[in-house]
Structure formats: structure tokens, C-alpha cells
Ligand binder design. Structure first.
Ligand code: ADP
Ligand code: GLC
Length: 496
């Protein structure tokens, strides 16, 4: 079985959050199950700089205002084949995959992500001189949301799966822009790409994909509710009723191993935790916190409203009064940064904020922390709570989404139901009690560290899903001897 995995982030090349981790790890785990998964990613400036040995294969035609592009290929050390969408005018820029270095969205994002989506659909039709085409297309989040739609509009009989990593990011644009993206007039409808009078990439993908998955079973249920469906709950309900919406939990990759992590000054494992304390002292010194025997609460997160960091700022006084300290690492919204910095200034010796994206530091904070704060307003899956458990930092988390599915309350961490400062403070209170009871602390740490969060478990579920959908399409394709549309033969190659 051959699968094209389409994504806007890839850990090690360009990532802002967990989508990058999932895109770099899940395909490897799927390949280990014998599935030929290849990843399609834009050739960002960072990608071109990191990969000198790209073989440029063929070109894909543009459509309406979407320019043509080249397709490059490179084999990663993990064994994964990466296909790169070469369109320098769209992707060769500073900043993140989504916006400027200052954090503003790129104004041509509709064209940028339509280009990625269209490239995926064109490869699925056999275009681009790759010598390879997939049996199934797996899109991820709104940047590749139009891929299942282009497949359908072009009559390409390749099944598609859309994984929603976060329904809050939808790729909604003004209706007029649809002409430039080659969206057929008939598709500008409720049963299509239309969403509140505009167009929506995520809505389109959710409507046209053969299957929607999301990154935890709990979140799959939550997005069918008005409260957490971000306006798409009606469509999600319809698709769930038809058996077309399911949840598969993410994993974490095996580099998250406190006994082997190259970034840790001191390594440790569930049987010998001495290194954990030593890492905590390194973190304290590095962040100018006073030496302490109290618990260290870690936070590593994108600084966005979703993560509930404002609650941490409000709960900080209670934590500090009981002898706790807080080490925060994050990058994102300047306003959230400001709120956290104000707290850090107030409790100079006990609360530290490091602004930036810094993987070694992320690993050190998680390794040194006794507890890991995650008061997310919603959390589709969350990887950091799994990373924290693996490193013996017990998560304190809002009982929502993937946090419910990956934390055992009272055994490997603490879940709190009410997203209020009191709710968070009470859960921290439970953590302080455990910290004072060395036997209980040791038992919880051990239980957390020995949990299995392997991608191979997730991969087995995706593989079963792929098989189901390829099985559905295969008889259809075989029943039509002239299935290949004539247009394939006329595939005009245009310059990028
Ligand atoms: P999200 O995708 O919503 O940001 P996840 O928990 O799924 O949240 O994934 C976040 C990933 O990014 C984790 O691998 C985490 O360790 C990493 N990460 C988040 N913020 C930072 C940061 N400031 N520096 C380094 N790594 C970070
Ligand atoms: C999104 C979600 C996060 C999830 C990640 C990877 O960024 O916010 O909860 O873990 O995607 O699926």
C-alpha cells in the first residue's frame, strides 16, 4: 500500500508544534508496518538550507492564480522519502511556515496552501514524473485541506483521509478568492467549501475526505459539540454518524528517553532518578532561580490562548507561597509573553520565563521538573504531557481532549475538571501533597515513566484505516476498465 502524507511541518526541518513531530514520526512507524508512506512538504528556505541533495524530478502545472511548481525528492536518514514542493515565490521566505518573523500571517496563504494541496492531488493522479503514485492521500490540518477537494473535483479515484490536529485553525478566506484557486462554482455551497459566506480549507477537507481522523478519541467526540467544534460541529456530527470520524492518539518518538537524551546534562531512568534532581539544579541556575528543595513546575508550550497560560500566571502566587518554582519556555503571542514576564518579575527568584523555540532547553526543563503544567482550554492530543510523563514530570492538566486519554489521574498525573484558577490551584495542592510523600511520589513517577506512548501503536490504527478505505475504492476502480481519465495523457508540464 502506498500513501502520500501531506503536511506543512516536519520536525528537524521546520516545525512550530506537534504537527511537525507527528509528520516526522508517524510515517516512519507506518513504513515499519510495510506501508510505503512518502511525505509531501513545501520546500521552505530552511528545508533547502538543510537538505543539499535534493533531486528535482518533474513539474506540476498551476491552476488559476496558483503557480506551477517543481517536485524534488530526498531520502531522510530515517529512511522516509520526502517530496518537496518547489515554488520559491511562495515558500522561500524567512519566518515560520505560516507567517512573518513578526508573527503576521502571510497575505497569500490561500495560494500557498492551495499550491500544496493541489500538488498532492496532482501527484495522486500520477503527474509530476515521480514514477510513483499513492493508493491513498493523507492530508493534515487546513494547509492541505483542499487536497481531498481537488481530488474529487478532478475525478481522481484515490481515497483520502484528513487528520485534524486542531479544529481552531481553519484557513477561512473571502469568497472572491475562490476563483484564483480554481474552485468550481458548484462547490461554493454548504455541501462544499462554503463556510459562513466565505471559503474554508478545513471545511472543504472535512466535507470531501473519505475519512476524518483527529488526534485523540476524546477530541473526536468534543469536536461534534458546539462548545469545541469551532462552528464545524454540525458537519462533524454528520460525518461521525456516518462512521467517518474517529480519533487516533499520537505517540512520542524514541528520542524522548531520559536514559539516552543527548541534550540532558544528566541522564536517568525509572530505577535511578538521581540525574533528575541534578537536571533541576542546572535549570534553576540557567534560569537564575534560587536554589531550592521545593518542587519545580515546568511549562513548555506555544504561547497561545489555547494553552491557558494566563491561568498559570494567576496561580503562580499560590505555587510560590508553598515553596514551588515555575520554569516556563515558550514562543508565540507577545501579549501572553508580557503577562508571563510580569509574573516572572514579581517572583524573580521563583518564576522564570524563557522566550524562544529551543529544543535542548525544552528537554532539560521537562527532565528537571517534578510537575508539568498544562491548563489547556482545549487540547486535541498534546505531546508535551506524554514527554513529561516519560521524563518523570507528573502532568497537572485540564481534563480535556487528549489529556484525558493520556494521563491517569492520581496514578501518572493530575487532571482537573474546572478550568479556573481554583481548579488549577487545587490540582497543584494535590501535587504538593504527593511531593511531600516520597513513597507516593516515587510510585507515580515510576508509573508515568514506564508508560508506552509509542508511535507504533498509533501507526497500527492508521494502517487499519488505510486498508479499509483502499478496500472501499479498489473494487470501484477495478470495475472501470477505462478508469484513467484522458486528461492524464494531456498533462502539460508548465514552468514554475
Ligand atoms: P501543540 O502542537 O499544540 O503546540 P503539542 O504538545 O502537541 O502542542 O506539541 C508541541 C511540541 O513542540 C512538543 O514536541 C514540544 O516539546 C515542542 N515545543 C513547544 N514549544 C516549544 C519551545 N518553545 N521550544 C522547544 N520545543 C517546543
Ligand atoms: C496540534 C494540537 C496538539 C496536538 C498536535 C499534534 O498542534 O494543538 O494538541 O498534539 O497538533 O497532533
Amino acid at each position: 500500500m502506498k500513501v502520500l502524507f501531506v503536511t506543512s511541518e516536519f520536525a528537524g526541518l521546520d516545525k512550530v508544534g506537534g504537527l511537525g513531530d507527528a509528520s516526522a514520526s508517524l510515517p516512519v512507524a507506518l513504513c515499519q508496518l510495510g506501508i510505503d508512506v512518502r511525505v509531501l512538504l513545501p520546500a521552505y528556505a530552511k528545508v533547502l538550507a538543510a537538505l543539499p541533495d535534493i533531486t528535482w524530478l518533474g513539474r506540476l502545472p498551476g491552476r488559476a492564480d496558483i503557480p506551477g511548481c517543481r517536485i524534488g525528492m530526498v531520502r531522510m536518514p530515517s529512511g522516509i522519502t520526502l517530496y518537496l514542493v518547489g515554488a520559491p515565490s511562495l515558500y522561500s521566505r524567512p519566518g515560520t511556515p505560516y507567517g512573518t518573523p513578526e508573527g503576521r500571517d502571510w497575505s497569500d496563504n490561500h495560494v500557498r496552501w492551495a499550491r500544496l494541496s493541489l500538488a498532492a492531488a496532482q501527484i495522486a493522479r500520477g503527474q509530476g514524473k515521480l514514477g510513483w503514485s499513492p493508493d491513498l492521500l493523507h492530508a493534515n490540518d487546513w494547509p492541505s485541506g483542499l487536497a481531498p477537494a481537488y481530488l474529487r473535483w478532478d475525478g481522481t479515484d484515490v481515497p483520502s483521509v484528513l487528520t485534524i490536529h486542531n479544529i481552531a485553525y481553519q484557513g477561512n478566506f473571502a469568497a472572491e478568492l475562490r476563483h484564483g484557486l480554481g474552485i468550481p462554482d458548484a462547490a461554493f455551497a454548504v455541501n462544499g467549501v462554503e463556510f459562513h459566506g466565505g471559503i474554508s480549507f478545513l471545511k472543504a477537507g472535512s466535507f470531501y475526505a473519505d475519512q476524518i481522523t483527529t488526534v485523540s478519541p476524546t477530541y473526536a467526540r468534543e469536536i461534534t459539540t458546539e462548545q469545541l467544534g469551532c462552528g464545524l460541529h454540525g458537519l462533524m456530527q454528520t460525518r461521525a454518524t456516518a462512521g467517518r470520524l474517529s480519533g487516533i492518539i499520537n505517540g512520542i518518538d524514541e528520542t524522548w528517553d531520559p536514559a539516552r537524551d543527548q541534550y540532558l546534562p544528566y541522564r536517568f531512568d525509572a530505577d535511578d532518578l538521581a540525574g533528575k534532581r541534578a537536571n533541576a539544579d542546572v535549570v534553576r541556575t540557567g534560569l537564575c532561580l534560587r536554589p531550592s528543595n521545593g518542587p519545580l513546575f515546568g511549562v513548555v508550550a506555544r504561547l497561545v490562548h489555547q494553552k491557558g497560560l494566563d491561568l498559570i500566571a494567576e496561580a503562580a502566587s499560590g505555587i510560590v507561597e508553598r515553596g514551588g518554582q515555575i520554569a516556563i519556555l515558550g514562543l508565540g503571542d507577545p501579549e501572553i509573553e508580557h503577562v508571563l514576564n510580569r509574573t516572572a518579575r514579581q517572583y524573580r527568584d521563583d518564576v522564570a520565563v524563557l522566550v524562544g523555540f529551543n529544543e535542548p532547553m525544552a528537554r532539560r526543563i521537562i527532565a528537571g521538573s517534578d510537575f508539568f503544567l498544562m491548563p489547556s482550554r482545549f487540547e486535541p492530543c498534546g505531546l508535551t504531557q506524554m514527554q513529561a510523563q516519560r521524563y518523570g514530570a507528573l502532568p497537572i492538566a485540564h481534563a480535556v481532549g487528549g489529556l484525558v486519554d493520556t494521563i491517569k489521574d492520581g496514578t501518572t498525573g493530575f487532571l482537573f475538571p474546572d478550568l479556573t484558577v481554583d481548579g488549577l490551584a487545587n490540582a497543584c495542592g494535590r501535587a504538593f501533597e504527593v511531593f511531600a510523600d516520597r513513597t507516593r511520589l516515587g510510585a507515580m513517577r515510576r508509573a508515568a515513566m514506564l508508560r508506552c506512548f509509542s508511535w507504533s501503536v498509533s501507526a497500527a490504527d492508521y494502517a487499519a484505516l488505510y486498508r479499509r478505505h483502499c478496500g472501499e475504492t479498489m473494487p470501484r476502480r477495478m470495475a472501470r476498465p477505462t478508469a484513467a481519465p484522458q486528461r492524464l495523457e494531456l498533462d502539460l508540464e508548465v514552468a514554475a
